[in-house]
Design a protein around this ligand. Structure first.
Ligand code: CA
Length: 224
């Protein structure tokens, strides 16, 4: 997978390139908007990580021109600005996700993986399983040990999302944006409450637990 990082802050750019390279991606890095645009249109990348405030063309200009040229490469906006308007503007222009600096690298990596997976064609998968837990994606039904488990639509979506990212620590903010379609406000416990209910249904009565908490990081589903 080939990624392009456009970031004029050298420290951040190098940090991203290093981290993403260690995570197994091939990463090119540019420090201004004009180079970003040129490379994106010349070469094929699987994802663009784009800082908003860049010299030359800014991130918004780059994104506008990329989309105008018909390139559908997923774009993850990176910005020090956290105003709702900026976020909306980025998404309106066709960005696929938006992260506010400073961010935890683990969260950026999780979001990058989600964007890359979303960009690959949907599989014809109809069942997801882990251990003795099974999700029937067509009938929207969940079973553990062969017994039907009653889930709400949201709980089903949450469990499906976790299973699609089996073994990956999923930050709460990522779960909020991908399952609830909301930006997580600090101080709200929507995700904790939902996770507690889901665990009560999925794990409580069973010896082997599937959902685990990674303290301060998020949640992961895996066979322990
Ligand atoms: Ca910048």
């Amino acid at each position: 997978m080939k990624l392009l990082v456009a970031e004029d802050e050298l420290k951040t750019g190098i940090y991203l390139q290093k981290g993403l390279t260690e995570a197994g991606f091939s990463v090119d890095r540019v420090i201004n908007g004009n180079d970003a645009l040129q490379l994106i249109l010349e070469r094929s990348y699987d994802l663009l990580i784009l800082d908003v405030m860049l010299p030359g063309l800014n991130g918004w200009d780059v994104l506008r021109k990329i989309r105008a040229a018909g390139a559908s490469v997923p774009v993850l906006f990176l910005s020090a600005r956290d105003g709702v308007e900026d976020r909306v503007k980025g998404l309106d222009l066709g960005a696929d996700d938006y992260m506010v600096k400073p961010f935890a690298f683990s969260e950026l990596l999780a979001r990058v993986r989600v964007l890359l997976r979303r960009a690959t064609p949907p599989s014809s998968q109809t069942h997801l399983t882990i251990g003795d837990l099974e999700l029937d994606l067509l009938k929207h039904q969940a079973f553990r040990g062969g017994k039907r488990i009653d889930l709400t639509a949201k709980e089903f979506s949450l469990l499906k999302f976790m299973l699609q990212h089996r073994g990956e620590v999923l930050p709460k903010s990522l779960i909020a944006s991908q399952v609830w379609n909301i930006q997580l406000e600090s101080g709200t416990n929507v995700i904790e409450v939902a996770m507690r209910r889901l665990r009560a249904k999925i794990d409580d009565r069973f010896e082997s637990k599937l959902i685990h908490t990674s303290r301060g990081m998020g949640y992961v589903i895996d066979i322990s």
